[in-house]
Each structure stands twice: as C-alpha cells, then as structure tokens.
Design a protein around this ligand. Sequence first.
Ligand SMILES: Cc1cc2nc3c(=O)[nH]c(=O)nc-3n(C[C@H](O)[C@H](O)[C@H](O)COP(=O)(O)OP(=O)(O)OC[C@H]3O[C@@H](n4cnc5c(N)ncnc54)[C@H](O)[C@@H]3O)c2cc1C
Length: 427
Amino acid sequence: MLDNPRSHGLWEKTAPPAPVTEALRGVATAQVVIVGGGYTGLSAALHLAEAGTDVVLLEAHEFGFGGAGRNVGLINAGMWVMPDDFPRELGSRYGERLLELLGNGPYLVRDLIDRHDISCELERNGTLHCATGEDGLKELEERAAQWQKRGAAIELLDAAETERRVGTPAYVGSLLDMRAGTLQPLAYARSLAGAALKAGARLHTHSAVTAYEERGGRRIVRTAQGEVSADWVIVATEAYSTGPWEVIRQEQVYIPYFNLATAPLSREQQRAILPGREGCWDTREVLSSFRMDKAGRLVFGSVGALRGTGTAIHKAWARRSLQRIFPQIAGIPFEAEWYGMIGMTDNALPRLHKFAPNVLGFCGYNGRGISPGTTFGKVLASHILGSIAEDDLPLPFTDPKMPPLRAVKEAYYELGAQVAHFAGERF
Ligand SMILES: Cc1cc2nc3c(=O)[nH]c(=O)nc-3n(C[C@H](O)[C@H](O)[C@H](O)COP(=O)(O)OP(=O)(O)OC[C@H]3O[C@@H](n4cnc5c(N)ncnc54)[C@H](O)[C@@H]3O)c2cc1C
C-alpha cells in the first residue's frame, strides 16, 4: 500500500483487492460526508447508504491505510479496562450503556460479515486472554467475575484446558470470550468498502481532507482537487488523523505494536497449536499476542516499532519467545513483518467529539477498534438518521483533551519496549 512491506505486512499480501475507486475531483454535494476509510467511516457509509442516505466518503490514502489494515485482527468485546471501570469513569448511565454496546460489538461485526457475504477469514471460536503467572490469573478471575455478573459469555479455563487449546504449557489459565474471534483486518475493511459501494455510497480514495469551513449553512470539506458540501460531517480519522481534525491524533499517545507472520505450519503443527483458532494475548505488561491466519501462519506480535535498532531487537526477542512458547515450531521462518501505531487516551476509553454543529466523531479506541469502530460507525449513522437521540448516545460529547508530555511518553514506550525485549523477558 505504501511501497513499504512493513506498513501492512501479511494483510496486504493475502487480502482480496480493494474495489476500484478514484480521487474526488470537482464539487459534490451530499447529505453526509465521511472523512476516513477505516472501520468507523466504512461502517457509517454502509449503514447510511443502506438507509437511502446520499453519502460521500473521503479517504486520504486507501481503505484500511490506518489501523484497519495493520492490526492483529482480534475482534474484541469491550476495551482493555476492566468492565467495572466503565461506570466508575463515565458514571453508570454512560458507563453501562457503552459497556453493553461494546460487549455486543463482535455480534454486529459477525452480522455484517454474514449479511454481506464478506470473505475475511472470520473465526468465531472466541479469544483467550492467557495468564502468565498468578497475578495474571487473579486479574482474569476479577475480569471474569465483572463480565459474568453482566451475563457475558465468558469462561475461566484452567492450565490444562488452556494448554489443550493453545498448544503450550506456558500459561496458568486463560479467559475464554466466546463473543470474540479473529478476522483478516484489511480484507474486512476492503469488503466493507465493497458493500458500501454496492449500497450506493460514493467512495473516494487518495482524497485527503485538507480544510473545513461552514458556508451558507452548509459544511464544506476540501481536498486537493475538489470539495464536498454536506449537511453532516462524520470525522472517522482516529489515530491516523491528518488535516483539519489532527487534534484527534494529538490527544492520543502512540504505542507502537509489531507483528511477525511465520510460514504456514504443517498440518500436524496446526493440530497441536491453536487447533480451535482462538485469538490470544497474554497478561504481561509488555504484552504479546498470537493467532493463526487461514493458511495456518502464526501471527505473533508485541509492543514495539520495527525501525532503527528496534527491528533487530524485537525480531530476536520474538524468535526466542516463540522457541520457548512453541518449541514444536522452533526455527520456522517469518514470511512478513509489520507495525503500526495504537492511539491511547489517558483513561483508556473512547471519546465522542462535536467539532461543530453536525460535525461529529468518535476516537480513542485504544487498540480495540474492529468491533468498536464498526459499532460507532453504525451509531453515528443511526444518530444522523434520527433513530438515536443525542441523549441516548453511548458517550457524552467532550472536548479534545491533550495528554501532557505526549512526545516524551511516546519515546518512552518505543524505547521501553526495546529495553524490555532486549533484556529478554521470559515470554
Ligand atoms: C498494530 C495495531 C494492532 C491492533 N490490533 C487490534 C486488534 O487486534 N483488534 C482490534 O480491535 N483493534 C486493534 N487495533 C486498533 C484498530 O486497528 C483501530 O482501532 C481501528 O483501525 C480504528 O478504526 P477507524 O476506522 O476508526 O480508524 P483507522 O482504521 O485508523 O482509519 C482512519 C482512516 O482515516 C484516514 N484519514 C486520516 N486523516 C484523513 C484526512 N485528513 N482525510 C481523509 N482521510 C483521512 C486514514 O488514512 C485512515 O485510513 C490495532 C491497531 C494497530 C495499529
């Protein structure tokens, strides 16, 4: 996508081609203009177009250029923070509403995939949050209790069952979340674009929005070669924001995250490692994640950027970790490597902004954007269509809030990951 195999890695190699689209040229009008072609923007475009709304979407590069084409592909329910932290942080009205919405988010993803016959390597067998020690297990027990009191399909597995499912004795237990699963993230984004086009949305790629103004009661967004005049603007640019709403990127602290994909495992190895294809991550502070793709490649990732000294350090750490966790595939070659930037907010929860009347956007997905992005895109579409009133939105409107010392924190995370991996954490 960028002439850089480290930007979208395996997903670029194995995704179906994107639908053919062109840059915006000239003046267009629409009821809604959406800025950003990731999950949020594409889900909003699809839901609006299905309801017969005249909608234009402008993407700066290609669909999935941002987090949507670079992530691990874990379709999570909820966020990183504990369920009880939602009402604690947002008050019970918004907290419980947001938690319920995001807890059910994976079902919306599955439903869209089924309804639009989307081919994106969907696996419905859940995710396993794996405990690396007694502290990790305690955290999972607490998490399980908080979800279970809300009726979620969550189950704590012991060490033996975790070993049977994952294929390693490395973990003392795990939390199985049957709402969740995995998919091929770029394939999902491109297919959402295809579905939105089919539903009648007008989608333009290579159309970065560079300016915004209000003129004659209309909202105008401008690109290098054109402009769109609309009643509503959805800002769906998230952590990769540029242009008039770059404040969204600035209010988040970047944490780099890399992935390495092995060559496909043999049939026998695939029977031993993740035979159920659950998506996994662990409870360590500098966490690791792993999952299988459709061809049986193990996608193994952790915090860090594959650039400068980080490239050699993180790859050497990944090789050592894989050998310890899965000695049965020791020495297997890597076929792809890539990394991206996860945007984190200071309370690890998303935000909803009203940048001007009728100019709205969610942001701050904290590394959990597949189902939240899909869900928030639908929520914004429903709000514009009048079926969700302002009072019933899952978050209150808040002003963008800048984190102190952002650049220092970002350098700390990038360097800290190198130090942790160089020092050779056990897994
Ligand atoms: C390495 C990594 C691993 C992750 N792992 C997971 C995971 O396993 N599970 C999960 O759920 N989430 C994960 N995430 C997070 C997830 O990818 C994001 O939260 C998700 O992509 C957000 O979707 P979005 O549509 O809101 O934003 P994005 O996918 O970032 O899309 C925003 C789009 O806006 C475009 N844009 C920006 N500025 C402009 C402009 N001025 N004009 C026009 N277009 C513009 C960008 O080019 C981009 O395509 C991960 C993220 C990263 C980086």
